[in-house]
Design a protein around this ligand. Sequence first.
Ligand code: PEP
Ligand code: MG
Length: 325
Amino acid sequence: AQQRYTSIREKPATTLDGETIALHMNAGLMADLPSLVSSGAEGVGLFRTELQFLTRARVPRRSELASIYGSVMDAAKGKQVVFRTLDIGSDKVLPYMKATEEPNPAMGWRAIRVGLDKKGVMRMQLQALIRAANGRPLSVMFPFVAQFDEFRDARQHLLDELERERKLGHTLPVDVKIGAMLETPSLAFAPKQFFELADFISIGGNDLKQFFFAADRENERVRKRYDTLNVSFLTFLEQIIARCTETNTPVSFCGEDAGRPVEALCFAAIGLRTLSMRPASIGPVKSLLRRTDLAEAKQVIDAARLTGAQSVRADVMDWLTGRAE
Ligand code: PEP
Ligand code: MG
């Protein structure tokens, strides 16, 4: 299937009306990196760092992490890699962390909440990232930020670590970008200062959708009730994009839905210009984008909304299939 898309691999995801969408890939292992070339992705929009922690009997050493992250950057050959700090909680318990029983682990003590409460591991990971960059640009994003001060504090830890590394005589990254994942509805309503302070925002659609609809992403039965192309959700995404636009904050979408061509098309139509997805989705998403007039897609979406439909999917599909004939 990948072969079908090799002819467009080096071409941009430019729509018929001239809008270019940047397509990045999600990764979590060194073994994912060859896909950067084979998929034609512009960079790694989300590097999940959980696996190196989950597959070991004890906390990985800083030098070990620095070497892995460094190899990832080497393999990216100058393309951007956005490293997400550890997103672990009581649903993914580390063998060496004392399990805490929590009734709702997805809404429990996870991700940045753990990082800020138990700073040792987060600081060690940040040091490893700085050393791995070794003078190259570094992009770091913090997962599951629910309010401004969590981002401000986590960002300050990174700045502190940069200062500490400088004093120790290590080469600092030439450029540091610090972003937040927007995965809880609360963050969309954060003060403007949050959007100004963040170098970039990445919408974690898997979690954001789960909390927007109060529907467990692991529970097929309830998850499937709520379409990603539901007008309420699309309108919410538009509001997030508008807030980012107001402060000139780059915004991307990195949940699984970005890799579904029709969803990706609708996200682009409502204003997203950067999407990050599994490598195998880049070809199909690019192929559809290149065959589509985005302004027309937006008109179809807006017209569908006016009908009071719950989801714009049926109208978008009708338009796409009608067009093909
Ligand atoms: C998300 O929530 O959309 C996301 C990209 O993070 P994860 O799937 O790792 O929770
Ligand atoms: Mg998430």
